[in-house]
Design a protein around this ligand. Structure first.
Ligand code: BDR
Ligand code: CA
Length: 305
């Protein structure tokens, strides 16, 4: 099994990614940390707890609350996409437990140092990770890789140049990309191709309890960047990558993060290898088998409660 930690801002696609990670026997989800992003951190923490407890894993998978705002840039949410709570469309009730007493940075440190090798999966902005690397650089050698949703080498979804997670905290993204830890960039280049079609969404509705939960959430998800073709399940692509890297085409590149100006939050790939002398700091996902993604998504949920 692959030991992972998810750092997340649920968020409807984050909720779907957590759902896949919690239920797959090939993945051992050690910890969930929450960060401000799609909505404020009190809400993203509550939402992470709702998913963990929906699957009865409250005793096994701790949830810790993290950064309430980006390192420098003022906080801007995405409630227009994910709804006021960040996870509109399904009633999880009021009994979804509590976060642990540790901060996200402390919890990340302790969980990472307890393992020889762990994979970090951030699906929100990278504020918690940047704070962790500054305070505890010794964790880096215990991280096998970071499989991060965010960025794009083909234009943004927040501005012309920037993807939402990197746009939210570009200074944190720069710290992460300069950390020396191996990074897989799962950005818009693939997540806007792997759209969950309406036909797939309909199938979720009558599948089982999990299908109904995801159907409720995804029907309330206002990311229309896929047009008539379907809805992007951005964050779910990280878990799909961990389980099926063969479904992706990747390129080794150097990624720089723009931290100011009109392209703030852009991830710039050194495609000519000129600026960084051919050196690379990331494996960038550039293509994906979208039919495989849809079939996998449905097949996974069909096996859940
Ligand atoms: C990213 O932005 C968020 O709204 C989604 O949850 C995803 O992590 C896509 O750009
Ligand atoms: Ca997210």
């Amino acid at each position: 099994t692959t030991k992972i930690i998810m750092d997340t801002d649920p968020g409807i696609d984050d909720a779907a990614a957590l759902t896949m990670a919690i239920n797959n026997p090939a993945i051992d989800l050690k910890l969930v940390t929450a960060v401000a992003g799609n909505v404020t951190v009190d809400k993203t923490t509550a939402n992470a707890l709702k998913i963990v407890n929906f699957f009865g894993k409250g005793d096994q998978i701790p949830v810790a609350a993290g950064a309430a705002e980006p390192l420098i840039k003022p906080f801007e949410d995405a409630a227009r996409i994910h709804g006021e709570s960040g996870m509109e469309g399904y009633d999880f009730g009021d009994n979804y437990g509590h976060p642990i007493a540790k901060t996200a940075v402390q919890a990340l440190h302790d969980a990472i140092m307890a393992e020889d090798e762990v994979t970090l999966v951030p699906t929100g902005s990278y504020t918690n990770i940047a704070l962790l690397f500054k305070e505890y650089p010794e964790v880096k050698s215990h991280i096998k890789q970071i499989v991060a949703m965010g960025g794009s080498i083909s234009g943004g979804n927040m501005t012309s140049a920037a993807e939402f997670n990197v746009f939210t905290d570009p200074d944190a993204a720069r710290i992460m990309y300069e950390s020396g830890v191996p990074i897989v960039m799962v950005g818009l280049d693939v997540t806007l191709k792997a759209l969950l079609t309406d036909a797939s969404l309909k199938q979720l509705k009558d599948m089982n309890e999990t299908g109904q939960m995801l159907y409720g959430l995804i029907s309330h998800y206002n990311d229309v960047s896929g047009g008539d073709q379907g809805r992007p399940m951005h964050d779910v692509n990280t878990i799909f990558y961990l389980l099926h890297p063969e479904a992706f085409t990747t390129k080794d590149l150097w990624i720089d993060v723009q931290t100011d100006g009109p392209a703030i939050g852009a991830t710039i790939a050194d495609v000519r290898g000129a600026y960084h002398d051919g050196k690379t700091n990331a494996k960038v996902c550039v293509d994906i088998d979208d039919e495989f993604f849809n079939n996998w998504f449905l097949d996974q949920v069909a096996q859940m409660k």
